[in-house]
Design a protein around this ligand. Structure first.
Ligand code: PLP
Length: 446
């Protein structure tokens, strides 16, 4: 029996009160009543190291004893210096200038502002448009929201946003034609080129994408052809490539950056989530030195946050990156991701309403449909994204779901446990997931 909580002064969105968290260790979370949950989504794809990692906690305790706050105009701090150096060492060549922030939206805001100030610094001030994809998610602050391709999130703020051009995300798996996946990928890339021409290339500053989709598209991976062509198109028009690796970064897809799968050479990278793995609110905007130099020479980067480079958050970040290496978590994401994905694909044979299983490493998702051939979504009124998540939650498995997809709508469920996952734990997840899908199928007579 779950305890009833008194009315709260906190508010988030329009949602029911959730159980109070008690403790969290490894891939498990216990609520205040002692009920155990598997963190099957690492929160919102954050807790890559799992919970309660002793080395990270020790590093944070040690830093807390020294100093928890240092204002950047008064002092440098060692954890920030060290984390910047460790971060730069993990980026593509030249992408080595690091600007710390407290989360993903701030990382994207910072990328927007740096890109714009770079254009001004090099005498290309006609460039200000940043093309993004639809659907996509880049954050909830007004600048990041202008890039986010989710109507329901931006609609109330329409007058206040400078809406940015969007091109369709490469939802090739939904297309019905005789083209190969690579040909479809090229078709989507050419839509970017057409949009640049329509906007006027001299006005376009950058193109931003999540290399593997996050919650917006449910772990959407494009065909290889897409990444290569999109990079060529950006180069052709001198447009900056910004990769939003807030969710994909720090090992989640099986490499430290998802960009590595395709050898992408971005100009700016946004990081957060797994970067401090939930141990501290931390993110980073990492830019190519060729962008930062003219901005600094042209009066400096006009942007900043009080908590930028916070020593406690950065000490957590240093320890997290050390743990990602020590535990070889990118490789684990590849190995465990392959096993978990095979299990999820196996579910398709048993449940005819599972339409697609996709993702890379441990950024995985499955999508529910009413017809696998046509990929027709289940009726919106069924609210399957809520019901299945609740079936799983009540049985002790946390999933992350969304209803959104391209021009139509569908329900996808992210299965993204911490990267420390073991084979035995994959078995535990699959057992609860199967029970939950059975109950869900019974409930809706599927
Ligand atoms: N970018 C991507 C790809 C994300 O997935 C998110 C969050 O889900 C953000 C940006 C925004 O990050 P935050 O919620 O930390 O502001």
């Amino acid at each position: 029996m779950t305890r009833q909580h008194p009315p709260s002064n906190l508010f988030y969105q329009n949602r029911q009160r959730r159980p109070m968290i008690g403790e969290a260790r490894g891939i498990y979370i216990w609520d205040a009543d002692g009920k155990r949950y598997i963190d099957g989504s690492s929160g919102a794809m954050v807790a890559n190291l799992g919970h309660g990692n002793e080395r990270v906690l020790a590093a944070m305790r040690a830093q807390m004893e020294k100093a928890t706050f240092a204002y950047r105009l008064h002092f440098e701090n060692e954890p920030a210096e060290k984390l910047a150096q460790m971060t730069a060492a993990r980026m593509p060549p030249g992408v080595n200038k690091v600007f710390f922030v407290s989360g993903g939206s701030e990382a994207v805001e910072s990328a927007i502002k740096l890109a714009r100030q770079y254009a001004i610094a090099v005498g290309e001030s006609s460039r200000w448009k940043i093309i993004s994809r639809y659907p996509s998610y880049h954050g909830s602050t007004l600048g990041a929201l202008a890039l986010t391709g989710m109507d329901n999130m931006s609609a109330p703020f329409a007058q206040m946003l400078r809406e940015m051009p969007k091109v369709p995300a490469p939802t090739c798996y939904l297309d019905h034609d005789d083209l190969s996946m690579d040909e479809r990928g090229l078709r989507y890339a050419e839509m970017l080129r057409a949009e640049i021409l329509a906007q006027g290339p001299e006005t376009v500053l950058a193109f931003i994408m999540e290399p593997v989709g996050g919650a917006s598209t449910g772990a959407l991976v494009a065909p290889d052809s897409y990444y290569k062509r999109v990079s060529e198109i950006c180069r052709e028009f001198g447009i900056l490539l910004i990769l939003d690796e807030v969710m994909t970064g720090a090992g989640r897809t099986g490499r430290f950056l998802a960009a590595e799968h395709w050898g992408l050479q971005p100009d700016i990278i946004a990081l957060s989530k797994g970067f401090a793995a939930g141990y501290a609110p931390l993110g980073a905007m990492v830019a190519h030195e060729r962008l930062v130099e003219p901005v600094l020479a042209h009066g400096g980067f006009i942007h900043g946050y009080t908590y930028a480079g916070n020593p406690l958050a950065c000490a957590a970040g240093v320890a997290v990156l050390d743990e990602i290496d020590r535990l070889a978590l990118s490789q684990k994401a590849q190995d465990m991701g392959a096993l978990l994905k095979a299990e999820l694909i196996g579910l398709k044979a048993r449940y005819p309403f599972i339409g697609d299983v996709r993702g890379k490493g441990l950024l995985l998702a499955f999508e529910l449909v009413s017809d696998v051939e046509t990929m027709t979504p289940l009726p919106k009124a069924m609210d399957t994204h809520i019901h299945l998540v609740e079936e799983a939650f009540s049985r002790g498995l946390i999933l992350y779901s969304r209803r959104t997809r391209g021009g139509v709508e569908g329900d996808h469920f992210m299965v993204c446990p911490p990267l420390i996952l073991t084979e035995t734990q994959i078995g535990e997840i699959m057992e609860i997931l199967t029970d939950s899908l059975d109950a869900f199928a019974d409930k809706f007579d599927l």
